[in-house]
Design a protein around this ligand. Structure first.
Ligand SMILES: Nc1ncnc2c1ncn2[C@@H]1O[C@H](COP(=O)(O)OP(=O)(O)OP(=O)(O)O)[C@@H](O)[C@H]1O
Ligand SMILES: [Mg+2]
Length: 329
């Protein structure tokens, strides 16, 4: 369809021991910021690498702005910019030199290079640091330089793997502002993967949650939150049989209990809490604490995957790599 930048149908990638991507279909509209979320091993990177034409799918189809990416990968690649999760800039070169290397790699015509590099550095607020060694940059500046590099190629679709991982809150917000600006001013279609629910909520117009190779749900953040069907009520009790009683009473538990603490989805929670407490009380259950909140993307993630999202080691790793680059100067 004309308004889709990316169209994926029945995509499968099978490795000898695992079906990394299992019959996944979704579209990304032109100019949309789409977020791919999922626990470790869900198949996000494999999906992105197939889109980037770096991994050959076992079956299925991929169209990038109307181009069949499987039969015409070279043409599709011209549409892309890709910022991998791991640091990709060279600390021993200046910002300008890093940009130049990228521009040459992506065949940016010689006569345009200087102008495009200048503009991209300016766009990401790095002009006055262009001639400094990257090892003197902060983590946030390195990430901005990586995004600036992709701009010399004027990509129609930008793939950002964990765009703000390992950055401090102000650098993170700065990156977010720039991603929003790119979409707004250039209409760039952006696919991000992230472990950061605040980032997903803030940046993404739609989110796809993957789990064990499958796409388990797709929607706008607000739709996904309301798809849970109510408010989140957290209750704790040490009375034996507390959880079973809640199940018997027909409540929808969002997770397994930990230490007598459980989250439930309750329609119209504010009004229903007194009834809930009264019926638990009538069954001899002593409630220790109770609280109510609107569902967050975290709750949505937990509901669909059975796990809270964790940044795991990747956050620390990203931070350390940037520090190492600085130390090596
Ligand atoms: N080259 C490969 N050979 C064999 N198995 C692979 C290969 N690449 C990925 N896998 C497996 O495919 C599954 C999906 O991996 P993938 O890296 O796509 O997940 P992910 O969602 O990106 O996870 P993470 O959040 O940890 O980055 C995992 O079980 C992984 O071990
Ligand atoms: Mg991955």
């Amino acid at each position: 369809m004309a308004d889709n930048a990316v169209e994926i149908h029945n995509l499968v990638k099978t490795y000898p021991r695992v079906k990394a991507v299992d019959d996944v279909s979704f579209n990304i509209e032109k100019g949309e910021v789409f977020g791919l979320l999922g626990p470790n091993g869900a198949g996000k990177t494999t999906t992105i690498r197939m889109l980037l034409t770096l991994v050959q799918p076992t079956s299925g189809s991929i169209r990038i702005l109307g181009i069949n990416a499987l039969s015409d990968p070279g043409k599709a690649r011209h549409m892309f910019g890709y910022v991998p999760q791991d640091v990709s800039v060279d600390g021993e070169l200046t910002g300008w030199e890093n940009m130049l290397m990228y521009a040459k790699l992506y065949d940016v015509p010689r006569q345009n290079r200087e102008k495009l590099i200048k503009e991209a550095l300016e766009y990401l607020g790095l002009s006055d640091r262009a001639n400094d060694m990257v090892s003197k940059y902060s983590g946030g500046m390195m990430r901005r330089l990586e995004i600036a590099q992709t701009l010399v190629n004027r990509p129609k679709i930008l793939f950002l793997d964990e765009p703000s991982i390992g950055l401090d809150p102000s650098a993170r917000r700065f990156i977010w502002d720039h991603i929003e600006k790119l979409r707004r001013e250039f209409g760039t279609t952006i696919l991000i993967t992230t472990h950061d629910m605040e980032e997903a909520d803030r940046l993404c117009e739609r989110i796809g949650i993957m789990d064990r190779g499958k796409m388990v749900t797709i929607g706008r953040p607000a739709e996904l939150k309301s798809s849970l069907g109510g408010d989140i009520v957290s209750i704790s009790s040490q009375t034996p049989g507390f959880i079973e009683k809640l199940k018997e009473l027909g409540y929808s538990l969002i997770s397994d209990s930990t230490n007598g603490h459980i989250d439930l989805v309750v329609a119209d929670g504010e009004k229903q809490i007194p009834n809930l407490l009264a019926s638990l009380h009538a069954h001899g259950i002593v409630i220790e604490t109770v609280s109510l909140k609107k569902p967050t993307l975290d709750d949505v993630f937990l509901h669909f995957t059975g796990a809270r999202i964790e940044q795991g080691d990747s956050f620390t790793q990203a931070k350390q790599t940037r520090r190492t680059i600085r130390r090596l100067s």
